[in-house]
Design a protein around this ligand. Structure first.
Ligand SMILES: Cc1nc2c(=O)[nH]c(=O)nc-2n(C[C@H](O)[C@H](O)[C@H](O)CO)c1C
Length: 154
């Protein structure tokens, strides 16, 4: 049976973990989902690794990056950790990140977080359940997560 990992943080200002679980459950109803909540983004690589070690086929991480330079450096470190974990485990970790300064308006930030989480949770299911060509029909289509799609250049 397929197993998905969901890693989220208490730092985040939107409960993206619950959204991701709802989407994965509706896309792949028979799958098992394991949630692991950590304090902040720098704690996510080891959480993702532990879920993969426990048998998850893929993981989605849901990070929230604050507005300061220190927050941004923390994300850079996190991103490197997540990429290293993917290479070491040969498993996908879909790194969903909301940067608090992407938009000024809090309602819009929440909408962005929901949209990005939803679209990437679907991407994770496609990659894990359907394999490496599942996204090929969408290649070059200028898809965006958190925003309107940019669309292809004809
Ligand atoms: C500076 C900083 N910024 C963020 C952030 O923008 N987002 C986030 O989720 N967590 C941040 N943290 C906390 C660290 O990721 C981590 O939780 C602590 O250093 C404890 O290991 C820190 C320390």
């Amino acid at each position: 049976m397929r197993k998905y990992g969901v890693v989220d943080t208490t730092f985040s200002r939107v409960d993206m973990g619950s959204i991701a679980i709802k989407v994965i459950r509706s896309e792949d109803p028979d799958a098992e989902i394991i949630r692991y909540t950590v304090p902040g983004i720098k704690d996510m690589p080891v959480a993702a690794k532990r879920l993969l070690d426990e048998g998850c086929d893929g993981v989605i991480t849901l990070g929230w990056v604050g507005k300061t330079m220190l927050d941004k450096y923390s994300y850079l470190a996190t991103s490197i950790g997540l990429i290293m974990t993917q290479i070491l485990t040969s498993r996908h970790i879909i790194d969903v990140t909301v940067h608090e300064d992407e938009v000024d308006d809090e309602e819009k930030l929440k909408e962005l977080a929901i949209d990005r989480t939803t679209k990437h949770a679907k991407n994770l299911v496609r990659l894990v359940r359907d394999g490496k060509n599942a996204l090929t029909p969408y290649a070059g289509k200028g898809l965006r997560q958190g925003y309107e799609n940019a669309g292809p250049i004809d």
